[in-house]
Write a protein that binds this ligand. Structure first.
Ligand SMILES: Cc1cc2nc3c(=O)[nH]c(=O)nc-3n(C[C@H](O)[C@H](O)[C@H](O)COP(=O)(O)OP(=O)(O)OC[C@H]3O[C@@H](n4cnc5c(N)ncnc54)[C@H](O)[C@@H]3O)c2cc1C
Length: 416
């Protein structure tokens, strides 16, 4: 039964695993409790960002996080709760937020980001650009001298991995955005970054996989497993049993919940973010931009414009803290004062859950408890950026092939 692969989770990671596995002739079933029309992989900012080589857990984030936690409209928030997993996660996050760990992890992150960047362009060539992908770079915009200094340092760090940056004055950024009034001190352009419409990307993958015989079981929830010796032989769902040869867990923020049913412990927290999408914006942005001082992402997607941000660690829920969404909107208007958009009705506010590992590196690899279990998740704010490489690596792992890069840093048992 080596030929049958079951993937749990139909987010961008699950679908990219299916994409590469299907090309190798595996019989694939993807089980998804939703209907693959919404969720975290749909409403995100749409960046493919090799520029993001520094993990969330980095020096200064703990002090900054504590300061931000005093304000209900800050970009980062941890809701205190008595939860052992949250405490364990917090301890490991704290331990990772130092220069030595960042220096150790950044090269691995850079390598998988660059691999994924290349593979995403290959997917575009293979499937056609039905997802508004634009390969023109991404801007980091800032307002203060302190942020400028930090961005210069980040640019120097990126250069070590061959990632080009262009430091721009306010006037040079303005020349790239002639239709917008800009209120900034300056910016950095990362030409290698690109962006796309994540929802269209998901629809394109879904349509391609269906056409190529992948069995997409939507509105189907995995509830338990059957095992024989050290093999998982069956996946029990609310619609019946699916027999399996290889199993891939790609359940995003639900990874710990599903892994627990297999007696596997994965340290992971959900980091909620929000986005607002405006259709048919009259004078849209030319370039996607991160408003660095406020941690807000602005993405033109064809005629549409999306703004998103905030990191809220408050468990798995869809509650909307309106003050946080207002601060995204306020930041957008303060960088682009002439932007002609209004704060939306609550029902137009989207929220999604980033799957956060403590050290900011994903979990990609086999778990030694079983002979046929692979984990692919925990990509935090980089799930779209890393989806193609993760899919490729999982295809290699499932086939017991040499992987395209060293994956020891992504060890799924590093917090055992
Ligand atoms: C505001 C915001 C902006 C972002 N911007 C970017 C960006 O610009 N670039 C970038 O690279 N990343 C970005 N991200 C992060 C990115 O969206 C995520 O990392 C990525 O979507 C995670 O994909 P996933 O497939 O692991 O998880 P998901 O998309 O959450 O998919 C997991 C799926 O598993 C399913 N599932 C769970 N349990 C079960 C079960 N028991 N049975 C069946 N199915 C189950 C869930 O329903 C879910 O659909 C952003 C995130 C947010 C919130």
């Amino acid at each position: 039964m080596r030929n049958q692969v079951t993937i749990i989770g139909g987010g961008v990671i699950g679908l990219c695993c299916a994409y590469y596995l299907q090309k190798q002739g595996y019989r694939i079933t993807v089980i998804e409790k939703g209907d693959i029309t919404g969720g975290t992989s749909f409403g995100n900012a749409g960046y493919i960002s090799p520029s993001h080589i520094i993990p969330l857990a980095s020096p200064g984030i703990v002090a900054k996080g504590l300061q931000w936690m005093m304000s209900s409209s800050s970009p980062f928030y941890i809701k205190p709760r008595m939860d052992l997993d949250l405490i364990r996660w917090g301890v490991q996050f704290y331990k990772s937020a130092n220069q030595a760990t960042v220096d150790r992890n950044s090269p691995h992150l850079a390598k998988i980001l660059l691999l994924s960047r290349e593979l995403t362009s290959n997917i575009k060539r293979d499937l056609g650009n039905h997802f508004r992908m634009e390969e023109k770079g991404c801007l980091m915009l800032y307002k203060t001298a302190a942020t400028e200094k930090h961005e210069i340092e980040l640019g120097q760090e990126a250069a070590k991995f061959g990632i080009e940056t262009r430091m721009l004055t306010a006037a040079e950024v303005q020349a790239l955005e002639p239709d917008q009034e800009l209120n900034i001190r300056g910016g950095v352009l990362y030409p290698i970054d690109c962006h796309l419409h994540p929802g269209d990307f998901m629809h394109t993958l879904k349509e391609h996989l269906t056409r190529h015989g992948v069995n997409l079981m939507i509105n189907t929830e995995v509830t338990a497993f059957e095992k024989l010796g050290n093999k998982i032989t069956g996946v029990i769902t609310d619609k019946g049993k699916v027999e399996t040869g290889e199993l891939v867990l790609a359940a995003g923020s639900w990874l710990p919940v599903i892994a627990k049913k297999l007696g596997v412990h994965l340290l992971l927290q959900a980091g909620k973010g929000y986005s607002i999408t405006y259709a048919d914006v009259k004078k849209n942005l030319n370039f996607p931009a991160i408003l660095v001082d406020d941690r807000v992402a602005m993405t033109p997607m064809g005629k549409d414009l999306r703004m998103g941000g905030t990191m809220e660690i408050s468990g798995i829920n869809k509650n909307i803290l309106i003050k946080r969404v207002q601060s995204i909107f306020r930041a957008a208007k303060s960088y682009y004062p002439s932007l002609d958009v209004q704060f939306p009705q609550q029902e137009r506010i989207w929220s999604g859950l980033r799957p956060l590992t403590p050290d900011g590196l994903p979990y990609i690899g086999r778990h030694t408890k079983y002979g046929n279990l692979t984990v692919a998740g925990g990509h935090a704010m980089l799930g779209l950026s890393l989806a193609a490489a993760t899919g490729k690596l999982v295809e290699e792992i499932v086939g017991f092939q040499k992987t395209s890069m060293d994956i020891t840093a992504f060890d799924v048992e590093r917090y055992k």
